[in-house]
Design a protein around this ligand. Sequence first.
Ligand code: NAI
Length: 248
Amino acid sequence: MFRLDGKVAVVTGGYRGLGRSMCVTLAKAGAHVIAADVLQAEVGQETLAAVSAAGGKGELMKLDVTQAEAVDEGIRELAKRLGRLDILVNNAGIARDNLLLRVSDEDIQKTFAVNVTGAINCARSAIRLMMRARTGRVVNLASVVAELGNPGQAVYSASKAALIGLTKTLAREYASRGVTVNAVAPGFIDTDMTKNLPQDAKKYMIEQIPLARIGQPDDVAAAVLFLCSDEASYITGQVIRVNGGMYV
Ligand code: NAI
């Protein structure tokens, strides 16, 4: 079940957090994984070590998803070298939380540049190759707050809601070419993005979760693996919610 043998997968933001867990999970299932990120290579080495420890194969690609030309070059080069590109996981994301009235112009631009334009840049380059092969999988990382809202996350939640619109439209545009496009919307997951929240904020969040625990990166990676697998070939344009029941 859920094997990806012989497939090539790009995971943006793959050097740490959820992205790292996705790289390990996809590689364990047999994919050759490219972790693409802006962070320094030493951080990515930890992802590669985890991929190898799981018996998988992978490599690092220094990539800023906001730079459309570099994205296109990077994706073309790797597809040429490896002979294919089957999976794109648009996981790179940033959150600059603040109440709306305190949000700076730079916060708005940067959040949309990474979360939305970055995903569009990567999808455009990857889908061009996938549609020629008449097969492909794109998974976009949305968030529970896109549908639930959350005070302090106006800009972030707007950017994640944009990814849901992107997902549904791309699903319709490329279904006839064999490319599926879905979103995974995580709830409150234990990563660097959430570890610095004050204890009382964490306690409050957990109280809102029917399954009464913070999610783990592997909970999210499992949904990504399923959507990338042959078993999910009849699923497109959907939002899979991995949130412990926080939004139902
Ligand atoms: P994280 O901050 O640990 O990892 C995000 C990764 O994206 C980092 O490696 C970062 O360097 C990379 N990145 C940032 N800007 C980039 C750029 N311009 N180009 C390439 N890579 C870039 O965050 P985490 O928690 O692992 O989140 C992963 C995704 O899941 C994000 O899209 C986030 O919004 C989403 N998410 C996370 C939740 C959580 O509770 N942790 C909940 C809902 C959604």
